[in-house]
Design a protein around this ligand. Structure first.
Ligand code: GDP
Length: 202
């Protein structure tokens, strides 16, 4: 299955002003600068879809995108299937005031914990720093809240910056991970496949 269309739907501050949860959702989360916007743009083949911001913490909204997948079978009665990608603000940013950060984290964790349509957590981790405390925290948190109908995908970014030996070790240590270079266009199709297989079973 391939993503053939993607467009911005709406932004929300919290779960309360989010769209109705009637389409399966895939949430993308990670530290600021991990390469989330770049990956979303490559995945959807839309250059400016997710705004890649050089100011950490600038985007503090939950952004919803409608995603259209084309099924493999030409003759299929259902040629297209739909999902929603949800771009969550990067965590670990510095330039946000303490109180806003607190407020934001509350909204973010509430979305992660309570959204009934959320099916996949894509946790983006910088492959050069796979065990930063913030990422280990997020990992622990996600494993704690994950429902039976949800999965976590650990996507390691910027693998083009790793030496071959270090990449091999990272893969050994994380056998279920997906290893991505947006620059070299590696791992992106594999992520697309993992998402569509889980959501649609093919
Ligand atoms: P975001 O803050 O997580 O949305 O990160 P961005 O997508 O804005 O990327 C942050 C920086 O990392 C930018 O300078 C990107 O060009 C760079 N970047 C993103 N993906 C890759 C990658 O796969 N390889 C390398 N070398 N740089 C990347």
């Amino acid at each position: 299955m391939k993503i053939v269309d993607a467009y911005f739907m709406q932004s929300a501050q919290s779960i309360t002003d989010s769209p109705s949860p009637d389409v399966a959702e895939v949430a993308f989360l990670g530290r600021s600068n991990v390469g989330k916007s770049s990956l979303l743009n490559t995945l959807t083949n839309r250059k400016g879809l997710a705004k890649s911001s050089s100011t950490p913490g600038k985007t503090q909204l939950i952004n919803y995108f409608n995603i259209k997948f084309k099924t493999n079978e030409e003759e299929s009665e259902v040629p297209y299937l739909f999902a929603r990608f949800v771009d969550l603000p990067g965590f670990g940013y510095a330039k946000v005031s303490k109180s806003l950060k607190k407020e934001w984290n509350k909204n973010l964790t509430q979305y992660l914990e309570q959204r009934p349509s959320l099916q996949i957590f894509v946790h983006l981790i910088d492959s050069r720093h796979p065990h930063l405390p913030i990422d280990d925290n997020v990992d622990e948190f996600l494993n704690l809240i994950k429902r039976g109908d949800q999965i976590i995908i650990n996507a390691f970014t910027k693998i083009d910056k790793l030496k071959q030996n270090d990449l091999s070790k990272l893969k050994r240590d994380n056998p279920t991970g997906i290893f991505i270079s947006n620059l070299k266009k590696k791992g992106v199709e594999q992520l697309e496949k993992a998402i569509s297989e889980y959501l649609f079973g093919n």
